[in-house]
Every structure is written in C-alpha cells, then in structure tokens.
Design a protein around this ligand. Sequence first.
Ligand code: ADP
Ligand code: ZN
Ligand code: ZN
Length: 669
Amino acid sequence: MSQNRQMNILKVAINVPLPTLFDYLPPLKSKIEQLKPGIRLEVPFGRRTMVGILLNVESETSLEIKKLKAAKLLIDSEPILPRELIELGKWISNYYHYPIGETLFNILPKLLRDGDLPAEIKDKTEPTKNKKIVEEKIPILNKHQNEAVKTIQSTQNFKPFLLDGVTGSGKTEVYLNAIESVLNQNKSALVLVPEISLTPQTIARFTERFKQDIAILHSRLTNKERAENWQRAKGGIAKIVIGTRSAIFTPMSNLGIIIIDEEHDLSFKQQSGLLYSAKNVGVMRAKLLDIPIILGSATPSLESVHNAEKNKYVKLHLPERAGKAVHPSINLIDMRNNAAKHGLSNKLTAQIKEHIARKGQVLIFINRRGYAPTLMCKNCGWSAECTNCDARMTLHMQPKYLHCHHCDKTIKVYKECPKCHSTKLSPSGFGTERIEEGLETLFPDTKIVRIDRDTTKTKGKINKIVADINNQNYQILIGTQMLAKGHDFPNVTLAAILNADGGLFSSDFRAEEYTAQLITQVSGRAGRAERPGEVYIQTYNPEHPLLIQLIQNGYQAFAQDALRERKEALLPPFSHWCLIRSRSNKQELALQFLENVKTLAEPYLTENIQVLGPITPPMARRAKQYHAQLLISSPNRNTLHKLLDKLIPSIKPPSNLHYSVDIDPVDML
Ligand code: ADP
Ligand code: ZN
Ligand code: ZN
C-alpha cells in the first residue's frame, strides 16, 4: 500500500442499486483544490458514462491501482450538496438500509441528478418585493400560544417540540411567530406540510406575513421549477421554504428551524423507492444541525405521543380553540335502529335540514369516491371484480364505467350478469357520487358540491371550489379526505361522518389510530368561527370502546388507551419493525424468496428478535403481481438494525422479482 500514499483516490456515489461507493482517480489535469466533497463529476461506469457525487478524497483503495479508472470531468466548481446533507444522506442510507448512491441522488432534484443544470444560479440579486405586511391581520397570541412560542424561542439548539393543539387552536400562529424570531437572527426556516394541505390558503398565510422571499416545493412543479426553487433556497435567496415530503432535503443557508405541520399525516412517509419518513429525517436533520424542530398536530401519531411521554420530545399544549370558536359536540347515530334513505339516517337528514335552515353549511364525509364500491348481481350474488387484482371494481356513474382503484383498469358497465345472465345488477354500498345523488333528491333546492379526486382533476378547480364554498355559494359539501384536511371553512356548523366503522375492524393494527385521527380532524371542520359546531357519526358499532373514549374524552384520552393496548401487545412504538416485501408474477416465487431471506437471517437471530411470515397480505394480487411479506421485529431498535446490517447486503433477489425493505412501515398491506 505504501505506493498508494501519494495517490488521491476519489470516493464517488453513483445512482445504482449497490450499497458501496466507487473508487476513481481524479480527472487528468485536475487540481487537488478542485476536488471538493459534494461536487458532481462524470465517471465511466461499465460501458456508460454516469454522473457521480464526490464524497471524499482518500489515499487508499482496496482495489489494484492500475485497475482504477479516472473520472472524466468535474461538473461543479462548488459543492452541489452541502456537507450537512451528505451526512444526512449517510444516516438515511444506514437507517433505511438503502444504497448510498441512490439515497444521495434521491436528495437531488431530477434535473440536477442528470448533471444538466449548474449548481449555482448566476443572478444572486435578491428580488426585493415592496411588500406591505398587513399588521392588523396579526392576532394577539392567547396565553397558551404565548407560552408555546416562549418555550420554542428559549432554545437555538436541537430540541424536538410536539405542538399538540386541538384543531383551530392557532398552531399556525405559533409557527409564524417561531419563524419570525428565526428570521430576525438572519436564519432561515423549513416548513413541511402534507400533500393535500399545501393550498393557496396555507401559502397566503405565510406570504402575507413575511417580507422575505418564500420558495414553494410540491409535487406539481415542473422539474425546472423544482430545481430553480431548490437553488433559490440553497443560495440563501429564499429564506423560507414551504413544501411537501421531499422538501425536507432542500439545502438551506443557515437553517434555524424545521416545522412539520400535521405530523401524523401519512403522506410524510414515501411509499416507493427510498421508503423514508420525512418526519424521522427531519428530526435527524435538526439534530445534525443542532436546531429546534416543531412537530404539530391536533391528532399526534402515537409514536410522537410516546416520545413526548419519554421526554424525547418537549410537549407544548394548546387545549383551546383560538379566538371565539368553541369545541363542537359529537354525537353517535346507531344505524342498527335508525331508518336510512340514500345512505343517510333520518336523524342525520333532519339535522342537515335544520342547519341549512339556520344558514349554516353542512360538511359530509365519506371515505369512498365513485358511485358504489361494487356492482352486484341480485340473482346469484356475483360482484364485479378486477381481473388484475384481488379487489372489487368501483362503479362510477359520471361518466359511467367500472374502475379498479388499485391498478387503474377501467371497463364498461355490465348489462347482464356474466355468471347467470340475469339483468338484476345493482350498485352495492355508497360512494360520494351516490350520496350526492341522494342529497339532491332529499334537498332539491339546496346547492351541493362534491369534492373528491374525480371532481378536482383540472388545475385550479379545487381552489375555485374552496373560494365558492367560502362565498356561501354552496350549502352542502360532500367529499373524501380532501375535505377533512387543511381547509378552513368558517361557515360549516354541521359535520357528518357516514361510515366510521371501516377502520374499527381492520387487520392493520394502526387502523384504529387512523380512524380516531380522521374523526377528530373531520369534527374539527365544524364550528371554526363564531358559530358553534355539531358533529354526527353514523355507526353500526356505537358500543365500540374506542369510539366511546374518543367522543367522551377526546383524542388524548384515546391515545392513552391505544398506547396501553400497544404496550401489552408489544406493538409499535413498543417494538421496532422492518417489513420485507416481495412481488412477482408468480406467488410461489414471492413466497420462496422470503423463505430464503428468513433462512439467511437465521444465523443472526437472538431471543430479542421475532420473525413472522412469510405471509401474503389481504390483497395478495395487485396489478397482476403477487405480493408477500416478512416481518422482522424487536423491542430494541439497535438489535433490529444490527441484524439488518448483516442480513440486507446478503440478499440477492432473482431478476424476475422485486423486493423492498420498509423500516418503520406505516401500512401493512
Ligand atoms: P390550527 O393551525 O391550530 O388549526 P390556525 O392557526 O389555523 O389553527 O387558527 C385557527 C383560526 O384562529 C385562524 O383563523 C386564525 O387566524 C385564528 N387565530 C389564531 N390565533 C388567534 C388568536 N390568538 N386570536 C384570534 N384568532 C386567532
Ligand atoms: Zn348473477
Ligand atoms: Zn385492479
């Protein structure tokens, strides 16, 4: 090795599914001071030329020197990834057991991955807008908000805060104040919001408050827009970044605080490729930078509640609605002895009538779009199933077709039953379209609007609908999740949930938590302003202990009960999970592969580790592919990761099979 001592060996990350760095010699004629970690470079890779990121210059290589190739050229003169993000990338790669090269390229916007765009923007002049801040719009903080802001301002070091505040308690106001003091120290702020709630309403609250340049990062941007916003943040031009999940990777100059709003939201977990949680990554980034992070929610995830109880997070509580709004009253409607028409119980219909008469708006939530969850034959019991999936096809009527929501297959609606040739085919169950139709029959003189993925496809449509709602152009709003989150509808006085039961008997142990969050969030839409709100929940299980606890004592009490149950059953957060998933066009292959993985794990097993499976999930066949999964868990996180460190690199999947490693999985399907 002594001959290597004078050598400069480049350690390069490349966007390939291999868990290693690659060694290269510097390009001919390059100078040592140009070899800055974090720059991109072009390297020969097999027969191709690829873009790589330089991570380090070392003097040693485990390969034979004469076999090393030289990099072709250096793309950047300055690092494209700051050291901080490279360190974060290394942590992500370790924690999620994902190849380092692919991880780092995941962090870069698409255009920069291909080496097309320069890392620096030429024009660094700040677009000084002559913005006027409307001072009278800024409310005076109440006692609880004040306390929360003071506590946050008291630290500039790493500290995770859990801002647990009921809907409408003024969490956003707390964020705005925390950001303000960070900006005053000439630092910048990074705000993450769920996919669905990055609305013009949300953006306006930030742009109206701050003079500083704000970059917005969401999934609908073009690659060019995304790269430009990224560069504005990196160059220190945008002092505030607001974005969805992947915005957690935005390079920022002098970052002073990270805020994750609606921290319980599942959109913070990436569900394909690198299966990271932006919340976990956010906490780690705050730790590496030694800055505070705020996780805010009216319905914090049980993980976060648990972390607050263990004093890993500092809990800040906003128990009251801000301003004049009061908590809504929540009522259950027992569907077993309540007559229903069009999916609506008579009791609910009467309530809707009353609220409309008093000029309130009514919000109706159902978690299914389309007309009906399936089409059935009344003669033989046949139902329309997808030929690609173990799933029923949803009936849509506007326009009329059958649609599989899992693989996107669409077909014409059957005229007769393919099995018995009867023409007695009828929709079974209710979706948003069918409820809308029923409401139109029951309330012919009332303006009704449906909000789901089908009615908001065109760009800007959702904004128009939200504006029309707030201008009182509609009296009844019916919709899916899109309605339950993010929007502030001050005139809604009645919120109804038509089918709360689905989540109470699911095979996923987290379903109860998600149901409680949904009920609480939908309830929070009622009575946001001066008018008091009422909530009605239709259920066939009015004695369910979770429902009762939630309704009588609120989400916090529910969370305590649910955590106790999780502890007894040794479920997360009391154990740590890794789900290895496989899929293939043959079921045996998918299962056999995981059997092999299980065998590979055997030498490393200790008594603190459980291996469960392989099993097939409830919907085993999706889009013509068979799915299987193997669960490895341990009450001790380190024990689990030590095993995975040895196991994962030894897995060699056959070419006709896809597999993934999901650390801290949030859905078990
Ligand atoms: P959250 O994010 O907790 O749901 P918001 O921050 O959106 O709550 O606040 C709900 C409403 O209350 C908003 O219209 C906001 O302007 C208003 N608000 C917030 N704080 C105060 C306050 N201290 N006094 C009066 N109104 C307030
Ligand atoms: Zn039939
Ligand atoms: Zn399908």
